[in-house]
Design a protein around this ligand. Structure first.
Ligand SMILES: [Zn+2]
Length: 294
């Protein structure tokens, strides 16, 4: 059995004047501590997730908080192991999370703490939870009665907003995994006339630390080898095999080379028919296991 490693998730939108040299510093720091994971740096901030031995993760947290730009950075913790990330990747990007919607200034003024968010969900009959994550993420777990988005990537959200017009007059309780996507998505929606938009501060990760599976169903998708994390107590499994509807949250990538979309596939369905390695869209488009790679 592998040792349990802490996995940290953190981000902050803050101006970085020289992303290249800051990324180089991050690479040196993470390498020297033997951490693995992914750190994205842009002129707008930092977005990272790292795993490693607890003492080294602590050293990383201390080091980044010593930098005045990140003194108040929030670091969320979950459990993984030495296999959670196969390697360390530190990259400079145009955005720390790609929305590709021009000059969006992340919203900072409409966060609700998990407690406030939950209270509004329970007490405001006009409130609708809005899951702005990708559809494969909400397929594995989401808040009860959440409106979900049929998108494969966050950058598809600007176009998808047309489908959300019926929420324009509602109280929108927006959420994502850790909060980073909401800050931009909120600015995008409010820019288009959605007036009552609130963000879940710290995202699902922070909410579940406090409230477990209250109002939450299923597992939380994570972008690493674990694929999902979950709170065991009162877990309601909602992940379903895309081909057979069996209860599972086992993710695979569609075998079709240009597609590669993530979808949920049960082991049994895969054993029954190897064409099940194709996502439902590719399969119904007539692509098979035999033709997928050619
Ligand atoms: Zn496919």
């Amino acid at each position: 059995m592998r040792d349990v490693y802490p996995v940290i998730l953190f981000y902050k939108y803050v101006p970085i004047s020289d992303p290249d040299s800051f990324a180089a510093e991050q690479r040196t720091l993470c390498s020297s501590l033997g951490l693995k994971g992914r750190v994205l740096v842009a002129a707008e901030g930092i977005n990272g997730t790292l795993a490693g031995p607890a003492a080294q993760i602590d050293r990383y947290a201390t080091a980044i908080k010593t930098d005045s730009r990140f003194g108040d950075i929030e670091i969320k913790l979950s459990a993984g192991d030495a296999g959670t990330f196969p390697k360390l990747v530190v990259k400079v990007r145009a955005e720390i999370v790609t929305l590709n919607a021009g000059n969006i200034v992340p919203d900072k003024d409409n966060h609700l703490s998990p407690c406030e968010w939950k209270k509004m969900l329970e007490e405001n009959p006009d409130a609708v939870p809005l899951d702005i994550r990708n559809r494969f993420e909400s397929a594995a777990g989401r808040f009860e009665n959440a409106v979900t988005c049929e998108i494969e990537h966050f950058r598809e959200l600007p176009r998808y907003i047309d489908q959300l017009q019926n929420l324009k007059e509602k109280t929108v309780l927006m959420y994502c995994t850790g909060g980073i996507r909401c800050e931009k998505a909120s600015a995008l929606l409010r820019g288009q006339g959605f007036q009552k938009v609130f963000q879940l501060h710290g995202g699902i990760a922070a909410y579940q630390e406090q409230f477990g599976n209250e109002h939450w169903q299923g597992e939380c998708f994570v972008f690493d080898q674990r694929m999902t994390v979950r709170v065991e107590e009162n877990l309601v499994q909602i992940g379903r095999c895309a081909h057979t509807a069996r209860a599972t949250s086992r993710f695979v990538n569609c075998l079709h080379d240009p597609c590669h979309t993530l979808f949920i596939l049960s082991e049994e369905a895969e054993a029954e028919n190897r064409d099940h390695r194709l996502c439902p869209e590719c399969l119904s488009a007539g692509i098979s296991f035999e033709t997928a790679k050619y």
